[in-house]
Design a protein around this ligand. Structure first.
Ligand code: AMP
Length: 480
């Protein structure tokens, strides 16, 4: 994989795939299960209704996480699945749950799935509904920001599966609209986030409401040790399936762009205008900034939408659906889009603002490079971000290439990779409104199908890339 602008090539070790983490109790090395990968879904002993759902979804071969998780869940074991979104974890828990529901013929809510964002809850519900369409199981979502009345009505129909965000679920419980005493299966997605300080009180309250005799599953791409300890208190002798958590997929190329705060927007426009791409997610730190950048990109001809927590649910749904459908090529989002969201063919993830933690970086970057497609992660770095860059590189176990474009960075990269300002105050000066000169001419830009992204460039794209590379190698030579 060559670089847009860096002089060197990455020497990243590829994601090791399955790896064995420190055991909690049982632990599975899924590499040892490779021969099973040749078996189809029918080897799990799933019934015809569930198999029809799998067929309808077009899944031919079980994914590694499914090979390990499905038999364990059917056996009644608790599971901790450490895997990136897009590895098939939703089906890994949904399929055996649907099978168990077929056997039980329950008429009350017995499966509770907790997710941190409305978007992720909707995504899980959609997959469960698709896979379970030939079964009698019914799923609904409950989350805030929309009418509670409709959810109360939906709960009266006694769905067996409820996919919920914690706050609204507790509201509904307080109002007597949902009983959790019949729940025998609890799934906590993005478990590390659900057990961190923000969500923990609500999640604990919910765990106290469901029977202690239950099957519990947790899934996450990252699991810091302190959260893992908490998780261990909730799980009972879990099977741990570790697909190389905390690692970023090997199909993603990482680049850091030193830039001054005031030049971030022009650098963004430059990168987006540089070569055809399919779609991009731009992450900002604040809600206000997500809205502003999306607007500024639209003004300069890019099809873009914002996604942030202050928007109404209708606006959020429109942005998400528009991005999935290709109406918007660019989604400018806060971290609400960082976890769990599975959208095919995202070419670029651009960290307009540096993520708060290395784990947040891993979650954001997990939106690209999915299903063996190539993806690229651009991260804008101002000097204030330097300690965070170090922490990230420590977590990744490697140095990330710096791409210095002199026209955007009144900054210099020192020999040890540190980013410093060459002009006092310049690096953190506020961003100006975009001038005509910084506006791209993107009005005629078309979304390009992602044939491996790179093999599908126009000669204009290649020429521009070559120019850019030459330019950058000049700059990085003078600032090693
Ligand atoms: P996740 O977000 O980890 O649940 O991954 C979901 C994505 O993987 C969705 O696009 C699913 O349709 C897809 N998927 C899950 N299992 C399979 C499978 N066995 N074969 C092909 N695609 C799958």
């Amino acid at each position: 994989m060559s670089h847009l602008c860096c002089t060197g090539r990455h020497s990243d070790p590829p994601c090791a795939g399955a790896s064995i983490a420190r055991p909690i109790k049982k632990e599975t090395d899924i590499t040892s299960a490779t021969p099973a990968a040749t078996r189809g879904f029918d080897a799990f002993g799933l019934g015809p209704s569930v198999l029809r759902g799998i067929d309808f979804a077009g899944y031919e071969t079980p994914r590694p996480i499914q090979l390990e998780t499905i038999p364990a869940v059917l056996d009644g074991a608790d599971v901790m699945g450490l895997a990136q979104t897009g590895t098939g974890k939703t089906a890994a828990f949904a399929l055996p749950i649907l099978e168990q529901l077929m056997a039980r013929k329950t008429r009350s809510t017995s499966v509770l799935v907790l997710a941190p964002t409305r978007e992720l809850a909707t995504q899980i519900h959609t997959e469960v509904t698709d896979l379970g369409q030939f079964t009698r199981a019914k799923s609904i979502t409950v989350y805030g920001g929309v009418s509670i009345k409709r959810q109360i009505e939906a709960l009266r129909r006694k769905p067996q599966i409820v996919v919920a965000c914690p706050g609204r679920l507790l509201d509904l419980h307080r109002q007597g609209a949902i009983k959790l005493d019949q729940v025998d299966t609890l799934v906590i997605d993005e478990a590390d986030h659900m057990l961190d300080l923000g969500f923990l009180p609500d999640v604990k309250a919910i765990i106290d409401l469901v029977p202690t005799k239950r099957q519990t599953m947790m899934f996450s791409a990252t699991m810091p040790p302190e959260i893992r300890k908490l998780a261990n208190d909730v799980l009972n002798d879990p099977l741990v399936v570790d697909l190389g958590n905390s690692k970023v997929v090997s199909t993603v190329e990482h680049e850091i762009y030193p830039v001054s705060q005031r030049n971030k927007l022009s650098l963004l426009q430059h990168l987006l205008g540089e070569a055809p791409f399919y779609s991009a997610i731009v992450f900002t730190r604040t809600k206000h900034r997500a809205t502003r950048i999306a607007r500024q990109l639209r003004n300069s001809g890019f099809d873009s939408a914002a996604l942030q927590g202050n928007m109404s649910q209708l606006q959020r749904d429109k942005a998400m659906q528009g991005f999935r459908d290709g109406k918007f090529q660019i989604l400018v989002a806060t971290d609400i889009a960082a976890r769990g969201i599975d959208i095919a063919n995202v070419t670029y993830v651009i960290n307009y603002d540096f993520p708060n933690t290395p784990d947040a970086y891993i979650h954001r970057i997990g939106r690209t490079g999915r299903s063996e497609q190539e993806g690229r992660a651009f991260t804008f770095v101002i000097p204030d971000d330097e300690p965070a860059v170090r922490a990230l590189e420590k977590k990744l176990g490697k140095r990330v290439n710096r791409c210095v474009l002199p026209e955007f960075a009144e900054l210099k990269v020192t020999e040890d990779g540190k980013v410093t300002s060459t002009q006092p105050g310049a690096a953190s000066a506020p961003e100006p409104a975009p001038s005509e000169a910084t506006r791209g001419n993107a009005g005629d830009r078309k979304r390009r199908p992602p044939k491996g992204h790179r093999g599908h460039q126009t000669s204009r794209g290649r020429r521009s890339r070559a120019r850019h590379r030459k330019h950058a190698s000049r700059s990085t030579r003078s600032q090693p």
